[in-house]
Ligand binder design. Structure first.
Ligand code: AVI
Length: 319
């Protein structure tokens, strides 16, 4: 008897159905490649928060440093009482820096997780009582409507954290084009981009000594086991992050330690010893290559700021 059949036949909710379809397709491909968006359930988001505080993981603290040190310059190019539209809504530390330093008429966080958005909005309303906080529950990589109240306001998009780096180049271009369409002609976009640097710094950031990144990477297998009735043996896979120089990206992989067969949703997937599931790419840009990507996606670079060591950059683009 196949013990996985009941879940395969059960009626799944739409999000789990999409997850199931993506996972079965990913595991049927050669090489096996899964979208990094599946890292972020509650446990994955908490692990990512831990990563941002690791000594080796420079991007978060470096971007915060730029937003703090260059806040005046950044605010000087933002029209007064503009609507700040954040694509994705994680920790509020970065947006708070902007809200504290510049004068915005409204804040529109856009995220697929409705519960998380509501909690975040409630906290911000307490701390910024005169600010209109208007959350939009949507997948920020697709088109969505801005709230009617902000339609007449100047718009400023905000996409920090080098999340764009987790998109393959064609996806990054599609996202930038869609954001331009949503924000409209004349809008500004503030975007955080991680820069190319000494490979050793990158290797350390994605292979931290405490092993948190490995746990974050394996969390996708935990999710598959729990949500799709999979039987991945977590001890039979190892986390590996490598720098792919030609493609300017860190790649995260889960490598099978031995030949094995994994079952889920009534199907079997074979792994050779050493076979990988490519779980994430994190692209690193030069200032020039990012400028070219922005232009090719319909945006004009206006200003940019980096830290003293040029590890990370924040760009202002105009639509
Ligand atoms: C969210 N994103 C920009 C992170 C990155 O650096 O690519 C995700 C991450 N993966 C491993 N560590 C952090």
């Amino acid at each position: 008897m196949n013990v996985h059949a009941p879940l395969a036949e059960a009626k799944l909710d739409p999000a789990t159905t999409a997850f199931a379809a993506d996972v079965t397709e990913a595991l049927s491909q050669q090489p096996k490649k899964l979208s990094p968006k599946y890292f972020y359930d509650e446990a994955g988001s908490q692990l990512f928060e831990q990563i941002t505080k690791l000594p080796e993981y420079y991007p978060t603290r470096t971007e915060l440093g730029i937003l703090r040190a260059r806040g005046k310059d950044i605010c000087s190019i933002i029209p007064k009482d503009a609507a700040l539209v954040e694509f994705g809504a994680g920790a509020t530390t970065k947006v708070r820096l902007l809200l504290e330093q510049c004068s915005f008429g409204a804040y529109v966080p856009v995220d697929i997780s409705g519960d998380f958005l509501a909690d975040q909005a409630a906290e911000l309303r307490k701390d910024f009582p005169t600010l209109d906080v208007l959350p939009v529950n949507a997948d920020f990589t697709t088109t969505f409507d801005l709230p009617t109240d902000v339609k007449a306001m100047p718009k400023v998009g905000f996409f920090p954290g080098s999340t764009l780096g987790n998109f393959d180049p064609h996806e990054a271009c599609a996202f930038l084009r869609s954001a331009r369409q949503i924000l409209g002609k004349g809008a500004l976009m503030l975007i955080g981009i991680d820069l190319e640097k000494d490979e050793r710094v990158l290797q350390a950031a994605y292979n931290d000594a405490a092993g948190v990144t490995g746990e974050f990477n394996k969390n996708v297998l935990v999710r598959i086991n729990r949500e799709l009735g999979g039987d991945f043996d977590l001890g039979a896979f190892v986390h590996r992050a490598i720098y792919n120089k030609e493609r300017h990206r860190i790649e995260m992989h889960l490598i099978a330690k031995k030949p094995q067969t994994v079952h889920l949703l009534g199907r079997s997937f074979n792994f050779r010893a050493g076979e990988s599931i490519h779980t994430e790419s994190s692209y690193k840009y030069s200032m020039e290559r990012f400028g070219a990507l922005a232009r090719g996606s319909g945006w004009e670079p206006k200003s940019s700021w980096t830290d003293a060591e040029e590890q990370f950059s924040v760009h202002a683009l105009v639509a």
